[in-house]
Design a protein around this ligand. Structure first.
Ligand code: GLN
Length: 493
């Protein structure tokens, strides 16, 4: 059997369209690679039959001379936060174990309508809360990357760690992710792949298990900027079922790609020079400036003065919204029900929630309930909302001076699984560069930039104006072309 697993979205789509190979051959190849990589624990369930059925439909459509979709013949991984009809959807939690939705999320429907197939449901941090993929009820996800000369299991990042691990290990050409405060960008950076969180509202949240609704956004994770552009076009679009969905046409991002940045200004925020950032990260940031200059851009200094308050504000707002969203898991409607002998309704709620949620999820529910409680609402929640407005305003001022902002994606490269578990604050710091754009609802992307001395990937982040995914993708493309990042993890699985 020919091996197609090194191919990305564009290669597969074009190869299937031209008849160079069939969608079925591609699906078979990735299905086999998924089955062979169980030790990565990237998937919670695999759905090879879904991938094959979608591929056969594409092959039949092609034979019948029908118009093929944007993702025709591309089998992808679906983060297990997206409801998939008849296929278990858990958000990596025990409380949703066994839940098979009667409906399909808008984003996944859009992808199937564009001709994509599903390899399976990808593991993640439980309810998308985490930065290392260690809070899943279904076990840690392993990164395919290892430090040179070490066998220590490394974190693929989180919460979209199943997605980053699968795409980096080439068991999927692309995957969906979701980003509330960094969960597409940080795992993309850790795994040496690309990932873009679009402007809030671009992708429908309908059918996506809610974490913090004012922040949650879906986006693609793939190995190139082009592949992200193609997949985002297929995912995005107005959806009347999501009241925060943007009523705007989906731009033709793929056709609009250009790495020529002449006339563009790239902002460098002085507040992003933070203590605790690795030397290697600072070096790659410098290198990134050089690359963008080489692409024709002018580099300008900017200030985002409220940056240091963004992370604390996020860790009030996100848990507050989570505590409300997660109130629906009560043992009555979905998944797990723990009904002790002789128990009443309240006991059932308590027993189900005690057994069904993991520690990190409980921590967030407790924090969220606390900051929303009568005596503390003004001191914490309202204050955090004010900070959020100030962070957003910082960006609005910055857009008077630049078109796109270049920053590191993360303060460090990946770390060994288990090394930060006892230290939630350091874990939260992973998203220090990612969270400001989330609070402001801006499009932001991570692109692989370099390897550290011990062989781990580093990402650079581009943040754009509202609705300017094109500007983000184009600056990302300029970096991709100059970074020439071709490193791939050595197969040990
Ligand atoms: N790591 C962050 C958190 O734990 C972000 C998660 C996300 O974006 N889903 O909340």
């Amino acid at each position: 059997m020919a091996d197609f697993t090194d191919l990305g979205v564009k290669d597969i789509r074009d190869g299937v369209a031209s008849g160079e190979f069939t969608a079925r051959e591609v699906a078979e190849s990735f299905n086999a690679a998924v089955a062979d990589a169980a030790v990565l624990n990237a998937f919670i369930v695999t759905t090879p039959e879904h991938a094959l059925a979608a591929a056969e439909k594409v092959d039949a459509d092609r034979a019948a001379g029908k118009q093929l979709g944007k993702m025709a013949g591309v089998p992808i991984g679906m983060k297990d936060l997206f409801a998939t009809h008849g296929v278990q959807t858990t958000a990596a939690s025990h409380i949703l174990e066994g839940f098979k939705p009667e409906y399909e999320s808008t984003v996944s429907s859009n992808l199937w309508a564009a001709g994509a197939g599903m390899l399976g449901k990808l593991n993640l941090d439980q309810f998308a809360m985490g930065s290392s993929n260690e809070t899943s009820y279904f076990g840690n996800v392993n990164s395919p990357w290892r430090k040179e000369g070490s066998n220590a299991a490394m974190s693929p990042g989180g919460s979209s760690g199943g997605s980053s691990s699968a795409v980096a290990s080439r068991i999927a050409p692309a995957a969906t992710g979701t980003d509330t405060g960094g969960s597409i960008r940080q795992p993309a950076a850790f795994a040496g792949i690309c990932g873009i969180k679009p402007t809030y509202g671009r992708c429908s949240r309908w059918g996506v298990v809610a974490f913090a609704s004012s922040l949650d956004q879906a986006g693609p994770m793939a190995r190139s900027v082009e592949d992200c552009a193609i997949m985002l076009e297929a995912m995005a679009g107005f959806d009347p079922k999501d009241s925060t969905s943007l009523q705007m046409d989906v731009p033709t991002w793929e056709a609009g790609l250009s790495a020529d940045l002449k006339g563009k200004k790239v902002g460098i925020a002085k507040e992003y020079r933070m203590d605790g950032t690795d030397e290697a990260i600072l070096k790659s940031w410098e290198q990134g400036k050089e690359w963008l200059r080489d692409a024709g851009a002018e580099i300008v200094d900017i200030s985002l003065p409220h940056t240091k308050y963004a992370l604390p504000a996020y860790y009030i707002i996100a848990p507050a919204e989570a505590s409300s969203n997660l109130a629906r898991y009560d043992g009555v409607r979905y998944g797990l029900r723990d009904l002790p002998e002789g128990a009443g309704l309240q006991d059932m709620y308590a027993a189900t929630r005690a057994a069904g949620f993991g520690d990190e999820v409980k921590r967030r529910i407790l924090i969220g309930t606390y900051v929303l409680s009568a005596g503390f609402y003004d001191a914490y929640y309202n204050q955090a909302q004010k900070v959020r407005a100030l962070v957003a305003r910082d960006f609005e001022h910055a857009w008077a001076e630049c078109d796109v902002i270049l920053a590191p994606t993360t303060p460090t490269a990946s770390f060994p699984l288990g090394s930060l578990n006892e230290d939630p604050l350091t874990m939260y710091l992973n998203d220090v560069f990612a969270v400001p754009a989330s609070l402001a609802g801006l499009p932001a992307m991570s692109v692989p930039a370099a390897l550290t001395e011990d062989g781990l990937p580093l990402g650079l982040q581009l943040v754009g104006k509202p609705f300017d995914e094109q500007g983000v993708l184009n600056a990302g493309l300029a970096i991709q072309q100059r970074a020439g990042f071709t490193a791939k993890p050595e197969k040990w699985w």
